[in-house]
Structures are given as structure tokens and as C-alpha cells.
Design a protein around this ligand. Structure first.
Ligand code: GDP
Ligand code: MG
Length: 134
């Protein structure tokens, strides 16, 4: 059993699909441990996306991720880090497999609706960043 950090990005919150996205994880048998609406500050964006700060797309990514509230969550389940990456689909919605969240709801490579930690180590780091009491 593991925990992971999943976040509905500002485009997902604006489109009012939080409930629908939560259902996708509940239907898979995963358990919601914690959740909150957060507006990401510039500092939190730099910390969360520390590996991306030197990328050419980072200014656009930072503007997008701070543009409105996100819905931050901790989920638990068997192999949830790997499995949730499969459920959300590839970074670019145009490349994401049919039936994945990004294929169904994503707009483009930046506005791809949802984030999910890519490793156990990053899951721990991101959970601590957003839910320091956990
Ligand atoms: P993820 O783990 O699938 O979310 O993808 P990455 O860790 O590679 O990138 C983090 C986030 O940065 C993505 O979810 C996108 O929102 C954004 N992003 C990544 N690569 C690109 C890119 O090439 N162009 C743009 N515009 N945004 C990107
Ligand atoms: Mg990533």
C-alpha cells in the first residue's frame, strides 16, 4: 500500500470535473486520504516543479498552474504511484491512450487537467509540500 499526490489543475477545477475525476480513482478502488483547494503561489510552483525550472516551457507552466485554484489530494492504494500514471495518461493529451483522463479532458501539453507523482520519492516530497501535517 502506498500514497501518492494527485492534483486537479486549474483547467480541471474551472471546468467543474472534480467529482468526475475523483470517481475515476474511487471506481478503481483507491482511497481518498486528504483533499483541499489551494491557489499555488510562485514559490510553491517553483518547489513543486523544481525539475522543470530551466525548461523553455516553465514560464507558461508557472503562469498556468498559478492561474486559479487547484484541487490537491492524497490517495492510497496498491501500486497507486504507477497505476495513477496509467489512469491519467501521457503528458500530451494528443498522445494519451483512449480512456485516460488526459485523453478525455486535456486540451494541450500544458493544460492537461491533472498531475500525479511520477515516483514514490516524488510522491513523498509532493505530499509534504502540499500537506505538511501528514
Ligand atoms: P507529467 O509528469 O506527465 O505531468 O509531465 P512532466 O513532469 O514532464 O511536466 C510537468 C508539466 O509541465 C506537464 O504536466 C505539463 O503541464 C507541463 N509540460 C511538460 N512538458 C511540456 C511541454 O513540452 N510544453 C508545455 N507547454 N508544457 C509542458
Ligand atoms: Mg512529472
Amino acid at each position: 500500500m502506498a500514497n501518492t499526490f494527485i492534483m486537479i489543475k486549474p483547467d480541471g477545477v474551472k471546468r467543474a470535473i472534480i467529482g468526475e475525476l475523483i470517481s475515476r480513482f474511487e471506481e478503481k478502488g483507491y482511497r481518498l486520504i486528504a483533499a483541499k483547494m489551494v491557489t499555488i503561489t510562485n514559490e510553491l510552483a517553483d518547489q513543486h516543479y523544481q525539475e522543470h525550472r530551466n525548461k523553455e516551457y516553465y514560464p507558461g507552466l508557472k503562469e498556468y498552474i498559478t492561474s486559479g485554484p487547484v484541487f490537491a489530494m492524497v490517495w492510497a492504494g496498491e501500486d497507486i504511484v504507477e497505476q495513477s500514471r496509467i489512469l491519467i495518461g501521457a503528458t500530451d493529451p494528443a498522445q494519451a491512450k483512449v480512456g485516460t483522463i488526459r485523453a478525455d479532458f486535456g486540451t494541450d501539453k500544458r493544460r492537461n487537467v491533472i498531475h500525479s507523482s511520477d515516483s514514490l520519492e516524488n510522491a513523498r516530497r509532493e505530499i509534504n509540500l502540499f500537506f505538511s501535517a501528514l
